[in-house]
Design a protein around this ligand. Structure first.
Ligand code: HEC
Length: 191
């Protein structure tokens, strides 16, 4: 984390050039981390509660179709409300639009190691062009395995079949509880 803060500072200072550079790194860091955490929490709670409602209303298959149609509209409307960009990315993505890039894959692998060693998982900040990207791990829970678990175990045959129909290139199965499923990526325009 510290290394990233300094990396960010160097980039911010370099990018600012002649501009006022009175803002201390800790302040830059904590502002975005605080906001990122709040937005990621709201996004996670919104998606989770919509998902649970859809499961209660019409079962897993209904919830799958619901996710397929609404995951993006939900995060997009939250993004507009908060004037940021909100994405979920994964190294084992279901929706092809959510594929992690090389740097994100690297972050996910690192988080997996930390998780295995029982270390505290901290959000990361990365400066890319004029955007500050906030990354927060998404960890699996038992509920997630209904649609991201192992076929013939948590993942029922019918669910698996529908997933393959909706997402022919799905990679997001075979997860166990308490694994890194991906990352929230919140983008703040840096001014
Ligand atoms: C009812 C089935 C269902 C359940 C339960 C479910 N998901 Fe998903 N998940 C999906 C579908 C469908 C998508 C693809 C959404 C899209 O098209 O954008 C998805 C996408 C994702 C993504 C985006 C990355 C990607 O692979 O495209 C993440 C991250 C994710 N799910 C995490 C979770 C977590 C964490 C849980 C448990 C809290 C969970 N999911 C529970 C169906 C489900």
């Amino acid at each position: 984390m510290k290394t990233l803060i300094y990396f960010l500072l160097i980039l911010v200072l370099a990018a600012c050039g002649t501009k006022e550079t009175s803002q201390v790194p800790e302040r830059i860091d904590s502002t975005y981390v605080i906001q990122g955490n709040v937005i990621a929490k709201i996004a996670f709670e919104t998606i989770s509660s919509e998902l649970k409602q859809a499961m209660q209303a019409g079962g897993i298959e209904h919830a799958l179709n619901y996710c397929n149609e609404n995951a993006y509209p939900i995060t997009d409307s939250l993004a507009r409300a908060h004037q940021v960009s909100i994405r979920r990315v994964s190294n084992k993505n279901r929706n092809p639009r959510n594929e992690a890039n090389k740097m994100e894959e690297f972050l996910i692998k690192g988080i997996g190691i930390d998780l295995g060693e029982g270390k505290e998982l901290t959000p990361k900040l990365v400066l890319k062009d004029d955007t500050i990207l906030f990354y927060k791990p998404i960890i699996t829970q038992p509920l997630c395995l209904t649609c991201h678990g192992t076929p013939d175990r948590e993942l029922a045959f019918r669910t698996d079949t529908l997933i393959r129909k909706l997402y022919p290139r799905d990679k997001a199965i075979g997860y166990q509880n308490n694994q890194v499923r991906g990352l929230w990526r919140i983008g703040f325009k840096h001014q």
